[in-house]
Every structure is written in C-alpha cells, then in structure tokens.
Write a protein of this length. Sequence first.
Length: 181
Amino acid sequence: MRAVLLGPPGAGKGTQAELIRDRLSVPHISTGELLRSAVEEGSDLGLQAKGYMDRGELVPDDLVVGLIRERIAKNAERGFLLDGFPRNLAQGETLEKMLEENGLRLDHVVNLEVPEAELVKRMMGRGRADDNEETIRSRLAVYHEETAPLCDFYRQRSVLREIDGMGTPEEISARVIAAVG
Ligand code: ADP
C-alpha cells in the first residue's frame, strides 16, 4: 500500500500514522519528525529548516524533497505511509513523478477532517515547540493556502478518501483502515 495522510495541523496525522503502521505493518515516513530530528542534531539541514518551522512556514521544497527522496525510493515497491508530505502542489507533483518513474502510483490519500476550533484546542494541549498561538495561526493559514489544494489534486485522481477526524484515536483509525484496507 502506498498512501498519504493529509489534513490540517493538529488533525492527528502522526497519531493515525503510528496506529496504521502497527496494524498494517507499512513503513511510516513523517517529514515533521525527520525535520525535528535534524533540528535536534543540529545538522546543516536542521539549521536551515529551524527558522521556517518556528515561524509556522513551510520548509523550502528542495530541502524537504532531499530529506525524503531516498526513503520513498527505498520503500516504493514495498509500500509506505507518508505523513506531512506532500504539503503543496509542487511536492504533490514531485511525488507523482518519483512514483511514475518506477511505474507506480498512490493507492490512497486519506484526508482527516477536523473543525478548526478542535485543531487549535489539540495543538494548544500538545505543547510542541511550534505549538504556540501565533505559529498555530500561521500554520493554519499555510494549510488553507498551500496544502488544501492537494485535496482537489487527489480528488481528480480518484484516490482521495475523506475521513471524519473527530473521536478517539481508535475510532478514527478504524475508519481509516476501513477506507484503505
Ligand atoms: P503539523 O502537521 O502539526 O503542522 P508536522 O510535524 O507535520 O506538524 O510539521 C511541522 C513543521 O515542519 C511544519 O510547520 C513545517 O514547517 C515543516 N514541514 C513538515 N513537512 C513539511 C513539508 N512537506 N514541506 C515543508 N515543510 C514541512
């Protein structure tokens, strides 16, 4: 299975990715986690990415694509669950090309739908470095402007599955697994 988890910040992509990975034993690739470890290690990439993340902006495409290209290539045949990538149309097109080169395509794109008030509540409760009010506001704005258009992109390709992201993590993962299983 080659799948993408899509949805606004705070929608629970990371939580769902872990539950699904355990259930379907498919490798989970999270750009947010990879970027946060690069920042922690203080690598060149981490130093370049940090400012964007602190401001709630997207890290430039070339940095993010460089970070995950090989991981995707390595798992392209076996399958993967992407969380946090793609996050704009250019990244969506890059991913499509990478897969097409190997005669592959995405099977499912799961869009987790959660009302904005709930997103803010979840992020404020999480307390990650970028979970402060100002950054949350920019991340939501970036989501609407850059990431939400991917819904149409994938709807046109008939791979979009819209899932209600309200409820307990287990209730939501049951819906996701029913949609992609
Ligand atoms: P959330 O979904 O809650 O915003 P993530 O862990 O997915 O959390 O992302 C955290 C930050 O990492 C984003 O605000 C952004 O700065 C950066 N980031 C993650 N994935 C990407 C990506 N595909 N392209 C650009 N920036 C990214």
